[in-house]
Design a protein around this ligand. Structure first.
Ligand code: M6R
Length: 621
């Protein structure tokens, strides 16, 4: 969480800083700030306990000039979302300023040591400790040189500071006495350096760099970037200089505008036909009735030898994993376990050597997913990432993987990444199935369904107007149930999560039949139940559950996949989606649920793209 940016060069820094923070705001939006510096001047800090738009007004009013600058948009961990806790923080007597993304676990101990030396803290943050540590180290160097410091002293101050930190950090440090220098360092929190001509950039991800540079360097853990207007050096904290790996900025990073949509969430919902096409592109092998992937980095023999699969992730990605379990077990007959990454990282389950672990993640930065994969890798398991963000930490650290190619997902509520994850998992299940018992004909049938999918999703989006109208009838409810069975049990979980996170309505997802073991007690005339009830093996069972809710006076919204007079009679509202085979139903059935949560959130006046308390990438535990 938190987004950081930095600029050094021949232009004024603040326009890049503000536009970068706008693009990084999905990472946190509790407060925002920038620090700028010009030759022989003091560091100027502008910060607000609010969003980047407010910061922008403050910057316009204060006009803080300077061709070197750093900026931050915060998701609060230590200390409330106040102006004083907003970044950038000042170290020492104002000679350094710093922005930080991450959590410093030993900050209390470090703070006590600094207080004993006379440092005074303005904020409650762990980050201010880092600022004072750098200043303290610099002060020691200055003492040895009659008050003067060199660029080398600044680099050493950052190096010796990060060596004392426990936890995660991406930091960018600015030095009052060296305005032509920024020093960035990372461990566990992402940082990308943008390479320009006579100017350089740094940011938490590539989105702020779009339009400013086409060449980037991903910093790895324990690396330090020494950034000057005409030159970038990369050092390892302990081993000295490393050759920077300059890469082109991927095209995928370019698509960061709203393009006429009122919200990113709506844009991303409507992008799904295309994002699913992108996930499928080049991966269906019709000649062999299977799927193909470039980056698994295992031989067919090794893949054939896999006896168990662990799918792990958090939030929506964990819901994808649940669908993945149904898919892989059904199509490939390989036992699958689904683990919350936050549990897997500390659990010690017995795992055989023929087990492969897939981390599912949109951002590729989720701290728990990263830690779980690291732990499984440490134990010698082959780890794979099913990931959207190219070059993200998880994509880089996994032994192999599959990119979603969904394009940037900016709305905090995951939509297109979810359906792309399910598309990839369907192809993976097909691939594993075809390595085993799945027949050529069955493979062909699955491919035919996958090929239809983008058009089916396109058609499904036509329900928007109807869902909008239905949303108005349900927007005042305080509780919702989402119920489905088999493949659509995870769909129900995902529908409930979407509603909860953007409209703040309490919602529970359940396997429909489980409802009568407790949640049915919630049913009354004020608690709507959303039933996902397409044709298939469990249709009649779900209808029985629906009747049980109606018998208790609960309003019912049903999602069906054919003209269904039976459901029409029972349910209060019915949305009909196109038919597709059951293993792809979660993708199609999720569309009206995404739209429902979007429309309800709007009606309740909620901030759809930036719901309270949340951030897009959860890079803390
Ligand atoms: O980037 P990831 O897929 O690893 O993120 C995992 C969750 O934080 C994420 O899916 C979260 O639950 C979304 N806000 C749900 O819409």
């Amino acid at each position: 969480m938190c987004g950081i940016v930095g600029y050094i060069g021949s232009q004024e820094a603040s326009p890049f800083l503000i536009s970068g923070l706008e693009r990084l705001e999905y990472r946190g939006y509790d407060s925002a700030g920038i620090a700028t510096l010009k030759q022989s001047d003091a560091i100027r800090i502008t910060k607000v306990a609010g969003r980047v738009a407010q910061l922008n007004s403050a910057v316009e009013a204060a006009n803080p000039d300077g061709k070197t600058g750093i900026g931050h948009t915060r998701w609060a961990t230590h200390g409330a979302a106040t102006q004083v806790n907003a970044h950038p923080h000042i170290g020492g007597s104002g000679n350094i300023s710093l922005v930080h993304n991450g959590v410093i676990e030993n900050f209390e101990t470090l703070k006590t040591g600094l207080e004993a030396k006379g440092y005074r803290f303005e904020s409650q943050t762990d980050s201010e400790v880092v600022a004072h540590l750098v200043a303290d180290s610099l002060a020691s160097a200055a003492a040895d040189r009659a008050g003067e410091t060199t660029v080398e002293d600044c680099i050493d101050a950052v190096r010796s500071t990060v060596a004392q930190l426990r936890g995660t950090y991406g930091i960018v440090v600015m030095f009052r006495d060296h305005p032509d220098l920024l020093v960035a360092a990372r461990c566990g929190s992402p940082l990308v350096v943008g390479v320009g001509k006579g100017e350089q950039f740094v940011a938490s991800d590539t989105s702020p760099l779009v339009g400013f540079t086409e060449r980037i360097i991903y910093l790895a853990d324990h690396q330090i970037a020494v950034i000057r207007p005409n030159n970038i050096q990369v050092l390892h904290r302990d081993h000295g200089r490393v050759r920077p790996d300059i890469q082109p900025l991927s095209n995928q990073s370019q698509d960061v505008n709203l393009e006429g949509y009122p919200h990113y969430m709506l844009k991303e919902i409507f992008e799904q036909p295309q994002s699913i096409r992108n996930a499928l592109r080049g991966r269906l092998d019709k000649d062999n009735a299977t799927a193909k992937f470039g980056g698994l980095n295992l031989t067919t023999q090794q893949l054939r030898g896999i006896e168990r699969i662990i799918l792990t992730g958090c939030g929506t990605s964990w819901h994808s994993a649940l669908v993945g379990e149904y898919l892989v077990e059904e199509l490939a007959r390989i036992p699958v376990e689904v683990e919350y990454a936050s549990e897997l990282r500390y659990r010690n389950p017995p795992v055989g050597s023929d087990t492969i672990v897939f981390g599912i993640t949109q951002s590729g930065e989720t701290a728990d997913t990263l830690a779980a994969l690291r732990e499984m890798k440490r134990k010698g398991h082959h780890t794979m990432a099913i990931c959207n963000v190219i070059g993200s930490s998880i994509a880089q650290e996994a032994d192999g993987g599959i990119y979603l190619h969904a394009g940037p997902e900016i709305g905090v509520a995951s939509t297109k990444a979810f359906t792309s994850q399910l598309t990839v998992l369907s192809m993976l299940a097909l691939y594993f199935g075809r390595l085993r018992h799945l027949s050529f004909e069955a493979g062909q049938r699955i491919i035919a369904q996958l090929e239809r999918l983008p058009d089916v999703v396109e058609k499904t989006l036509e329900c928007h107007a109807q869902v909008k109208e239905i949303a108005a009838r349900y927007a005042d409810a305080n509780n919702f149930l989402y119920l489905g069975r088999k493949f659509n049990f995870p769909t129900a979980l995902e529908g409930a999560l979407k509603l909860k996170e953007i409209s703040y309505i309490h919602a529970e997802g359940y396997p429909a039949a489980e409802m009568k073991h407790g949640p049915i007690a919630l049913v009354d005339e004020h608690t709507p139940s959303v039933f996902i009830v397409p044709q298939g093996t469990v249709y009649d069972k779900v209808i029985s559950n629906l009747q049980e809710v109606k018998a208790r006076g609960g309003p019912v919204l049903a999602i069906v996949d054919h003209e269904d007079p039976h459901v029409n009679k029972l349910a209060d509202d019915v949305v009909q989606i196109p038919e597709i085979e059951d293993f792809l139903q979660p993708i199609v059935a999720s569309i009206p649920l995404q739209l429902l949560s979007y429309e309800i959130a709007l009606l309740r006046g909620c901030d759809v793209d930036k719901p309270r308390n949340l951030a897009k990438s959860v890079t803390v535990e």
